[in-house]
Design a protein around this ligand. Sequence first.
Ligand code: FAD
Ligand code: FES
Ligand code: FES
Length: 1328
Amino acid sequence: MEGEDLEFAVNGERFKVNSVDPSTTLLDFLRLNTPFKSVKLACGEGGCGACLVMLSKYDPDSDRVKEHSINSCLTLLCSINGCSITTSEGLGNAKNGFHPIHTRFAGFHASQCGFCTPGMCISLYSALSNAPGGLTVSEAEKSIAGNLCRCTGYRPIVDACKSFAADVDIEDLGLNSFWKKGDSREVMLKSLPPYDPKDHLVTTFPEFLKKKKSVVRNGLDHSRYRWTSPCSITELRNVLESAANSGGSLKLVVGNTGTGYYKDGEERFDGYVDISRIQEMSTIKKDEDGIEIGAAVTISDVIDALKEEEGSLFKKMAAHMEKIGNHSIRNSGSIGGNLVMAQSRKFPSDITTLLLAADASVCMLNGRKIKKVKLQEFLDWPPVLDSKRVLLKVDVPAWAADNELLFETYRAAPRSFGNALPYVNAAFLARVSHQMVDKCLLAFGSYGGDHSIRAREVERFLTGKLLSHSVLHEAMVLLRGVIVPGKDTSYPEYRKALAVGFLFEFFYPLIDNDGRRLCSPDSGEKHSNGHVHRTESLLPFLSSSQQVLESNEFQPVGEAVIKAGAALQASGEAVFVDDIPTLPDCLHGAFIYSTEPLAKIKSISFSENVTPTGVFAVLTFKDIPQQGENIGSKTVFGPGPLFADELARCAGQRIALVVADTQKHADRAAKLAVVEYDVKNLEEPILTVEDAVKRSSFFDVHPMFYPEPVGDVLEGMKEADRKILLAEFRLGSQYFFYMEPQTALALPDEDNCVKVFSSSQAPEYVHSVIATCLGIPEHNVRVITRRVGGGFGGKAIKSMPVATACALAAHKLNRPVKMYLNRKTDMIMAGGRHPMKVTYNVGFRSDGKLTALELTMLIDAGTEPDVSPILPRNIMGPLRKYDWGALSFDVKVCKTNLPSRTAMRAPGEVQGSYIAEAIIENVASSLQMEADEVRKINLHSYGSLVKFYKHISGEEDEYTLPLLWDKLEISSEFEKRGEMVKEFNRRNVWRKRGISRVPIVHQVMQRPTPGRVSILSDGSVVVEVGGIEIGQGLWTKVKQMVAYGLGLTKCTGSDELIERIRVVQADTLGLIQGGFTAGSTTSESSCEAVRLCCVTLVERLKVTMDQMMMEKSGSVTWSMLIQQAYAQSVNLSASALYTPEFSSMEYLNYGVGVSEVEVDVITGKTEILRSDIIYDCGKSLNPAVDLGQIEGAFVQGIGFFMMEEYTTDEKGLVVQQGTWDYKIPTVDTIPKQFYVEILNTGHHKNRVLSSKASGEPPLLLAASVHCATRSAIREARKQSLSWNCNNGNGDVSGADFELPVPATMPVVKGLCGLYSVEKYLEGKICGK
Ligand SMILES: Cc1cc2nc3c(=O)[nH]c(=O)nc-3n(C[C@H](O)[C@H](O)[C@H](O)COP(=O)(O)OP(=O)(O)OC[C@H]3O[C@@H](n4cnc5c(N)ncnc54)[C@H](O)[C@@H]3O)c2cc1C
Ligand code: FES
Ligand code: FES
């Protein structure tokens, strides 16, 4: 029988697809075949939430529609047959009116670059639509757990979400544009864009779909779709049997979320079998014997069902499952899919661990037979993934709930709720009466073994034993032997320590008691020994406050105006490069990169010598036109090649570009490329800075970028009565993780011209590189950049080769060529922040006064100079924030065979500022003084500031750091909290707190920047600037400045001018000399450029204005004035190139941060309890925008200092290749309390309308989190030493230690002691 057509709705519009490759995802379809572009591709692995959409399914029996969010990047198109999809622009849009979610996101300043925003909006919408009784504040916060945003730092997003919560206290919501400080609650409530579920939670399930058969069963025509949807086990059996007979390969699917993790081999199946519509596999049955869960039931439905059950076992399982992936993954991922991935492909599953501890069984279909086996036996079978065997259901037995039955689950992951696989998980069930263990099931998973296991040896040992310190200690020793991570598992010792720690946490509270727990695990109560039990079942409430001073001196400059285009970004209509509609003959490119660090390239071919589907060409350096050059980037330090020539100089270097008909084909072909290398007669590659020193492999640094030493270090050392000599530490790298990967689109044009759309922070340079590469005059090239989906420095130099490669291919093939790097390639090529090794000698007096610092720094710059030669200058700037007495340094910029590093937000500055703190911390440790005291003693006086910063130190009254330092001491209650931290540490064994205050001095420099303001005949204004909108709010500030500047005409109603101004995309032929958008000053420089234009225009308009004023006696509107000026042919377009005065182009920015953290000594997890920031923004041009920059930068800094590992392997290839192993902060890792004050420090005569920069400096303040963590670890180590029975050394050596950057969980735990629980018990045993 002929089956159905694939039919569904998107935003109410009907779509029919005649035939399709069944591996096509919903995202592919939406982006390529519909006008709806709000679904963004940022990772393609379920890890970011940028691609979320609402899926609505209609149930004809109940006549109800069920809806939830799903990841369109993982969902297969065929699986949505008969469904309705709603994207963010489907909720509301510019044409039909925005949804209140969009307008509230805009008004709470919750969108910066906007790339994550549509996905965020869908997450919130999904939460609202699934909370019929209204959303609680906690649910509102949780709704975006797992969605990534790299710009905002999440706080404003959380406020936007919370504004929809039924129980919200409106006064708790942060800075927004709806009400003013001091407004009454009534005014606040009235000003919020109204939201009424009846109007705004409209389920758009079109009538035409309700009539479709596939609403019940997805009966697609197999010949056209290779997709089958059996409705019963019998039908499924038939499908499998006929495939077995014909020898065809089949893939069973439910949510298809597994492909987020296993991305290989999607096209090798002859057919797909969707098992989600099989009744028996999609239901949950409950009776007194337990729960039977169909294998195709989604994790979300399992959670709901478990929550309804009596007894804490099921509830605890549900709470644990809520930490799996994120909402949308749980909404589509099935329990069976999870178990099969764990069984057959070693997936580090949480669910298997939980089910093992609950003694669950599974039912398997094998041919005609159905077999029920214990889960453990199923896991031990050879892989079942053969499309012959099907997991039908899971049986979880009911455990009689009584006081003696204990059940707990554990999970240690880099982010508790935010989409992170655990290092280890565990679930324990035990029956313990009067300290006697009658029975126990101890399950561990995710530790790097083949799958979750039961620790049977330990179970046997404990069963029948009376719990005591020594019994528990022995059990732990046994457990260390059972937890054996596989050979390639990262942090094996850490994982063992976690497993042991969890066992300790479970059993320890039972010792010395009558068999019942000393404290309820849910209460968070403290054990009499100071043992606090972990409680993580709810995301804790975030609280925040922002203090900003709006100024009206230069209205509307200084006001917290909503970011230009924020609502458009929320609805997803804002156009990024990849959203530009694809032309019919457009080709797509993907890079082939070297996997060797130094090798001759002998040949490039494809696997089995078969050219993969869709490939048009493979371009290498040989394809560069004769008159052109092999150039892919350039800086003042020289060019970088587009492709490796005969020699590849680092793993990750571009060696060719595959051009194919689709991006998917190009990516696949690049993956299938086979490169033959030859390393004969070549030197060993340089892969470390030490190698570079041995081989004297350095980049030259111009004296301009090499600051002078200060004072006489030899003398300073003589003055010292204490010294630390040859101390050493290293700093790691960081990846930008802009949400929009590198992308460009090149269109060949007439007469040897090319037009390129590039997501770049430096279009002018992109332009010039393309012209040089192609060997054509620059006027043949036009580069256009409208907006960039996050840059952070990564879209400056590193955007150039992407655009140039596209231009080369377009030029050569005479076809449009687009390239959208996949996240893996992007991460491999990006280079990121500079890692470095620091060695120092510091001299100081016993009262804490520093006298001299001598530094040696080896910076790993990678293979090309990029901008690395500026690093010495950038590092030494913020490092001078303290009065070191005297300062000398030797900084080497090492040339290695690693991807070239580039400028990432606060490049060198964040390291320099941190290096100063690390030294201060060590000085304080060695003097046994408080680090804060040492900081305070060595803060600059204005006199020493001038000595260290010379002409850039500004006027004395501009040195506001001491003021900020003191102010924050009071507002953060620093001293009182310091005492509380000490008290907490005295009373708690397994949790330690630390608090730290860190100052920053950050030097920035303005650069020449162009602008043009043109007034059109209707009075609307169009503005062009050199600066690029990368999410930092540049356009908004520019608009405000133009409104202010033109407002000086003093027309009637000129306060509404801002509404008539539009800033347009950068076009390198329209406005030249755009330069780089970098270094935090482009916004102010662009503002100054347009202010100059406005001065010219106002001057030109003055004559007309004066005439009209005389004629009209006082009332001239803007429109009238412009009409008249047009009539008089006044030149109404003015341009200017703002060139800052040499004497004042550099200036200093100041801020102070206090952070308090709590370290879990058992897991190494660091929670940021509170951060307070005070930052001097001068007279902020827009406090909302600056606040966003401050918070966003701080959270990005938290990522650098605490979470983000960006490392290379033994060949120099980047190890982290996606969201699975690169963890940027999510909403659950930001400070629980986050208080920010922007200080308006009044008049700064050399600054643009007295404003100061905000983009990068606040990132440096995140060092306060790292320093507070160091302080907490110090407490843990001191305590650990006190447990030594024989005062032996054990695994911790004392209070002097270096805390690496990033201080990830394994690092922190390693320093707290991998054997801390054993030591503790040994201490107890020997009576300590
Ligand atoms: C971003 C992300 C984060 C995640 N985080 C976690 C986490 O923290 N903890 C955790 O435990 N899991 C996590 N997961 C895994 C997630 O739970 C699984 O991907 C999901 O449960 C798989 O279900 P599915 O229906 O999508 O399976 P599919 O992708 O449809 O199938 C997965 C595989 O199993 C096969 N299969 C599916 N069902 C059956 C069956 N009944 N019988 C035989 N074979 C079958 C399929 O052929 C396929 O090979 C995460 C996944 C993603 C994408
Ligand atoms: S693109 Fe789908 S989750 Fe990241
Ligand atoms: S606004 Fe969230 S990623 Fe840019």
